[in-house]
Design a protein around this ligand. Structure first.
Ligand code: MG
Length: 636
């Protein structure tokens, strides 16, 4: 399909926006009038810039408050339209977007509207231009596509059609299904925007919170399927008003935009026809993007920290106090491997390396994570198809070449192929000195349960899309945690079988634990590695014996716990003794404790899930709430 983006979706001056769109391989753009007004040159020069970049100008917008007016006003509006048509002809834009009148005084009389839109279409036709009519969700009279369609149908002019915009339909919770029954050739243009569900008026929702498909919570696939099932063959175009994107550099935003469309097209392959139920969109008349399937993930092979010599010493001491053993040294690099249970941590001290550059930019932090998967090359292929940059490092003779791509924060994401000796097959590159015993602190079956990342404001959307599109993770829950110094928002993403889970935490308030960690890292970073252990009380005992520094939990917490649950006194005493958090659902129990953070940067969480306690989400919020508050107090 042809892929377009509205210039309003990107930051900067018009030329920068066009360059960013071209760099992300868009086919065309919608030119926003405001973007044109700031250009020193003529529309003809803008057309030439776009042509030189290989971009078409598919649409010019917006043309407001044209319809449902008095006869005298109509004459003035038609004159105004002629001036816009002049601009469009210079731009080479074939289609103008006319949004429904947002003035309270506008008429909602379908006959009148149809007659006035017909006159406009007549004028456009004389110039070989077309008019697309878009129902604005907040217009007082014509706010739904069904109403706009009545007008277009009644006007019955070949140069007049509909512009559909997912936001306007989905934000009003209007059913997109009837779109599938519209004649596809009368849908002149399709605009796509996702958004989170938030409690605000629809105009503010639209102007500030739109995001790219896959980044929000709207049912984008169903909406898009309805439009394609109508027989629409025009471009997919992104029209995003978002405060963060307006402030972010245009090129990464444009790259994300393209990824969102590719992801959405792929979704269209699996959504059955809404009209016939035919699986796969065979009835759809368009070619859809077809990348390799999402990888089957089996957990984490290792997490790699970038360190210099002095930090390596301190971090290794920290790891030892919580039961990690040094289990090997890389054959050709200054890289050490630590482990216990199934958890592997790599300390990379290599100078003149990616890790060193990362260390210099971010300090001691996780510079890479390796996911275990059944087909690493397919995972890499998918990531590249979805616009990720492949990263290649120095590989010694007879060493494994582990494919990697760059994650949104510049860290590396490795794909380790489990057919190369299981999830720890990468150990072949190490000279091993000691395999971790089963009785280390975490226990023999300990494995990473989830990873918590802290993100700067505006980075949740790119990460959500990255995990969703590249890894096939699903967003499962969002929660708000009350840090003593402000709100932390957390979004959980997980693979279908929960082998891999991430929590993405963001806070717009500078003093919360999340925001402080973000500023310490100079960007995003791994704040918590949560490890599932078979017996948390035994682990706590062993950690205590090792002299591990565990997060203290106030006695008040346990008094409350006692009041809340009918909890056995012996268990309560144990929880209290070791600072273990506790939660219970109908299906099971969760026990969780935290180490104190390493240099106020990251820490380990230890989890025991009893019964079928699978919830990461809401029930777990008090744990994080208490722990993160403690984290900050400890750090002070
Ligand atoms: Mg729109």
């Amino acid at each position: 399909m042809r892929r377009c983006i509205a210039t309003v979706s990107l930051s900067g001056m018009l030329r920068e926006k066009l360059q960013a769109a071209a760099a992300a391989r868009f086919d065309g753009v919608e030119i926003f009038e405001n973007d044109l007004l700031q250009v020193p040159g003529t529309p003809r020069e803008v057309r030439r810039i776009a042509e030189d970049l290989g971009l078409t100008i598919d649409l010019f917008q917006p043309f407001r408050d044209f319809d449902g007016v008095s006869p005298t006003q109509l004459l003035r509006n038609l004159e105004r339209a002629e001036r816009k048509f002049d601009v469009m002809q210079e731009l080479g834009a074939p289609l103008i977007l006319v949004c429904t009148n947002a003035q309270p005084s506008a008429s909602g009389d379908i006959d009148l509207l149809a007659e006035q839109m017909h006159q406009l279409a007549e004028r456009a036709a004389l110039r070989g231009l077309r008019v697309g009519y878009e129902a604005l969700a907040w217009a007082p009279k014509i706010s739904r596509f069904g109403q706009a369609w009545q007008v277009v149908q009644k006007a019955n002019h070949p140069h007049l059609g509909l512009v559909l915009d997912s936001f306007h339909t989905l934000a009003l919770r209007d059913d997109p299904l009837p779109i599938a029954d519209l004649p596809g050739e009368k849908i002149f243009f399709l605009q796509l925007a996702d958004a989170p569900w938030i409690d605000t008026d629809v105009l503010s929702h639209s102007r500030h919170y739109r995001c790219f498909p896959g980044q929000g919570e709207f049912e984008m696939a169903r909406f898009t399927a309805a439009v394609l099932d109508a027989g629409y063959t025009g471009p997919l175009s992104l029209e995003i008003f978002n405060d963060e994107f307006r402030a972010a550099p245009a090129r990464p935003t444009a790259a994300d935009a393209m990824r969102s469309l590719l992801w959405l097209e792929e979704q269209m392959r699996s959504v059955p026809s809404l009209k016939t139920g035919v699986p796969h969109g065979e009835s759809r008349r368009v070619q859809l993007f077809d990348p390799p399937s999402p990888p089957q993930l089996q957990g984490w092979s290792f997490i790699e920290f970038a360190v210099d010599a002095s930090h390596a010493e301190r971090l290794s001491a920290f790891l030892r106090t919580i039961g990690f053993k040094h289990i090997g040294r890389h054959r050709s690099k200054a890289v050490d491997l630590y482990g216990q249970g199934e958890v592997r941590v790599v300390l990379n001290l290599e100078e003149d390396s990616f890790a060193r550059a990362y260390f210099e930019a971010h300090g001691v932090s996780a510079c890479a994570t390796a996911l275990a998967t059944t087909d690493a090359l397919a995972a890499l292929g998918r990531a590249e198809a979805l616009g990720c940059t492949r990263m290649a490092g120095r590989v010694g003779q007879n060493e494994l070449n582990i494919p990697a791509v760059r994650a949104p924060d510049g860290s590396l994401l490795y794909f380790f192929d489990v057919h190369s000796g299981g999830e720890h097959g990468f150990e072949a590159d190490f000279v091993l000195d000691e395999q971790p015993a089963a009785d280390t602190a975490f226990g023999g079956q300990a494995r990473i349960d989830h990873v918590v990342q802290v993100l700067p404001a505006g980075q949740v959307e790119p990460w959500t899309l990255f995990y969703r599109a590249v890894l096939g993770l699903q967003p499962t829950s969002s929660m708000v945690m009350n840090d003593p110094y402000g709100i932390i928002k957390s979004r959980v993403m997980e693979s279908r079988d929960r082998a891999v889970r991430y929590a993405l935490n963001v806070s717009e308030r500078a003093s919360t634990s999340t925001a402080r960690t973000v500023s310490q890292f100079g960007g995003a970073g791994v704040q918590q590695i949560a490890v599932a252990v078979p017996d948390l009380v035994a682990t706590a005992r062993r950690l205590k014996a090792l002299g591990a520094s565990l997060l203290p939990v106030p006695g008040n917490y346990y008094d409350d716990l006692e009041a809340k649950y009918d909890i056995a006194p012996a268990l309560l005493a144990t929880l209290r003794e070791f600072g273990i958090f506790y939660d219970r659902t109908a299906d099971g129990e969760l026990l969780q404790l935290y180490t104190t953070p390493f240099e106020d940067r990251f820490f380990f969480g230890l989890i025991e899930r009893r019964g079928n306690y699978q919830d990461y989400g809401v029930a777990n919020a008090p744990f994080h709430l208490a722990a993160l508050a403690q984290f900050r107090e400890h750090a002070q």
